[in-house]
Design a protein around this ligand. Structure first.
Ligand SMILES: CC(=O)[C@@H](O)[C@H](O)COP(=O)(O)O
Ligand SMILES: NCC(=O)COP(=O)(O)O
Length: 242
């Protein structure tokens, strides 16, 4: 299976929010991502709207209509306002993430022994409206089985541990654990996404087996774009000034 790239635009939104204008524009960078070959775009609006805002959902749901097969993935904690937005704009996918409102970034998957009933109710409601639900999960087979029992069609493996182990002696064992969980999830009929701290260096081994349907990547991708373009832009400024 070919893995689809969904470009997470949170960090474009973060820069935009530091000034009062729509610059850089999340929608315009979303369009560039799709024109460059990404299969989708992702945002993760947090309750303080520190980067992606609820209003970006409307803009991006218009954007994806310009591209055949492009998908919009909305991630976040399923609080009332975000659920309302999802039911209104009907993105292709809603990834439920168990983040507290003040969390700096996502740092764990769902514990469905604790939150199974709450999550199952939301999965039913959202999927009944025609929006596919994915659950943000740690690489833990028992939890993945519970994820399947909620009725969600997909899971997203939280890849921070995998990404941070890249290049370290324990990497092969950790990568094997992730791949085994992906195979297990597929055997249960789930489709498997992955994300968090993936980058140009660590991505290839994760997708090599063909069990990962989609990766959502934003933080490192934005930094890599800066790293690859920064020097050329400096040279252009220097040219103007010479
Ligand atoms: C669920 C997940 O792993 C990503 O959405 C990640 O948390 C990005 O969110 P931030 O850009 O707020 O760090
Ligand atoms: N679901 C993960 C995501 O959207 C992006 O995570 P990151 O690349 O910003 O760490």
């Amino acid at each position: 299976m070919k893995t689809v790239l969904s470009v997470n635009l949170n960090k474009i939104a973060l820069i935009r929010n530091s000034r009062g204008r729509d610059y850089p524009s999340v929608k315009a960078f979303g369009r560039r991502a799709l024109q460059a070959g990404a299969g989708g775009v992702t945002i993760h609006p947090r309750p303080d709207q520190r980067h992606a805002r609820y209003s970006d959902i409307a803009d991006l749901s218009e954007l994806v209509k310009e591209f055949a097969d492009a998908e919009l993935n909305i991630e976040g904690y399923p609080e009332e306002e975000l659920i309302e937005q999802v039911l209104r704009y009907k993105p292709h996918q809603f990834t439920l993430v168990p983040d507290k409102p003040d969390q700096i970034t996502s740092d764990h998957g769902w514990d469905l022994n604790q939150d199974g009933e709450f999550v199952t109710d939301i999965v039913r409601k959202v999927q009944a409206a025609g929006v596919r639900v994915s659950l943000f999960m740690d690489p833990d087979e028992a939890q993945i089985k519970l994820a399947q029992e909620t009725g969600a069609k997909r899971i997203e493996l939280y890849t921070e541990e995998y990404a941070h182990a890249y290049g370290a002696p324990q990497f092969d064992a950790i990568a094997a654990k992730y791949l085994a969980c992906a195979r297990y999830a597929v055997s249960l009929g789930l489709t498997v996404n992955a994300g968090h701290d993936l980058n140009l260096e660590n991505l290839a081994p994760l997708v090599a087996e063909g069990t990962i349907a989609e990766v959502s990547i934003g933080h490192a991708l934005t930094v890599e774009a800066l790293e690859m373009g920064f020097d050329q832009v400096i040279q252009k400024y220097v040219e103007i000034l010479s």
